[in-house]
Design a protein around this ligand. Structure first.
Ligand code: 9YT
Length: 131
């Protein structure tokens, strides 16, 4: 059994920081469970371009208010606590946080731990220096 707390992950190597978000990565590829699970904060007033070409991500909002726009269609979905969106079509999207969003994110295949988006909003299939 794997047991971890937010307190021990915060500011550890499992806490990945980007300009518009931070991601507390509770489960990673090295844990061997077939997915990764993250507690992510999206900072208020930000917009992030994301495109998971190599991964499926499910995102469950537990705090905050914002929206996600599918760039190909322009469709906008509001996000608030209790909203789940799943990028099962590898949709390129813009994530906007009106207030700080707290999201529980699950990735398949699992992230290795060091991924941050490149200029196209993409994570490589496997980042180097896995934790
Ligand atoms: C919701 C979302 O995709 N945020 C970006 C960070 C990502 N959740 C991660 O790497 O944990």
């Amino acid at each position: 059994m794997i047991v971890r707390t937010l307190e021990e992950i915060t500011d550890s190597p499992r806490d990945t920081k980007a300009p518009t978000w931070c991601s507390r990565r509770f489960l990673l590829k090295s844990d061997g469970v077939g997915f990764s699970l993250h507690d992510t904060l999206i900072y208020p007033g930000t917009e992030t371009l994301i495109w998971y070409r190599n991964h499926i991500e499910a995102v469950y909002c537990i705090e905050g208010e914002g929206e996600v726009e599918v760039t190909e269609t322009g469709t906008i979905y509001p996000i608030r606590a209790g909203t789940l969106y799943t990028l099962n079509g590898h949709e390129r999207h813009l994530l906007r946080a009106k207030t700080q969003l707290r999201m529980i994110c699950v990735f398949n295949p699992p992230l290795t731990g060091n991924e941050v988006h490149d200029v196209q909003g993409v994570y490589p299939l496997e980042a180097v220096n896995a934790q």
